[in-house]
Design a protein around this ligand. Structure first.
Ligand code: RB5
Length: 145
């Protein structure tokens, strides 16, 4: 899989480490920035990942800011994106299983790297359950129009 990733300054350090973790797991990374920990505006980077996923350039997306909240809000403005702001591996698994999340938004300031790596693994490895959940996700997707 090709995973697009980006952060702001609040998530930069973990973005670098999560990108390495993704590569170590055998997936490819499309790092959409930033390239340094200088202060940036999270929406500018969230939209790059969201657009890459929405366009089919990347299979899934990962965003890291201070809380994950701002980047998830921005990403969810892009049609086709279902971004989940997640703080535990259980929520990451459920975001895939029930919500077919295609972007994972993580907190670089309030959640440790080990937990975020576990959430990322759950996000990448858990399939969408389909069935009754497809009806519900279809209703989310209909809100894009
Ligand atoms: C930046 O200070 C901070 O607001 C940002 O990283 C994020 O937490 C926003 O949701």
């Amino acid at each position: 899989m090709l995973i697009a990733i980006a952060s702001d300054h609040g998530g930069f350090d973990q973005k670098e480490q999560l990108a390495a973790f993704i590569r170590a797991g055998g997936n490819d990374v499309l790092d959409l920035g930033p390239a340094t920990s200088d202060t940036v505006d999270y929406a500018d980077y969230a939209v790059l990942v969201a657009q890459a996923v929405a366009d089919g350039m990347a299979d899934k997306g990962v965003l890291v800011c201070g809380t994950g909240i701002g980047m998830s809000m921005a990403a969810n403005k892009i049609p086709g994106i279902r971004a989940a702001n997640v703080t535990t591996p259980q929520f990451a698994a459920l975001a895939r299983e029930h919500n077919d999340a295609n972007v994972l938004a993580l907190s670089g300031r309030f959640v440790d790297l080990k937990t975020n790596c576990e959430s990322l693994t759950a996000f990448l490895d858990t399939p969408f359950a389909q069935g009754r959940h497809s009806v519900r996700v279809d209703k989310i997707n209909a809100l894009d129009k």
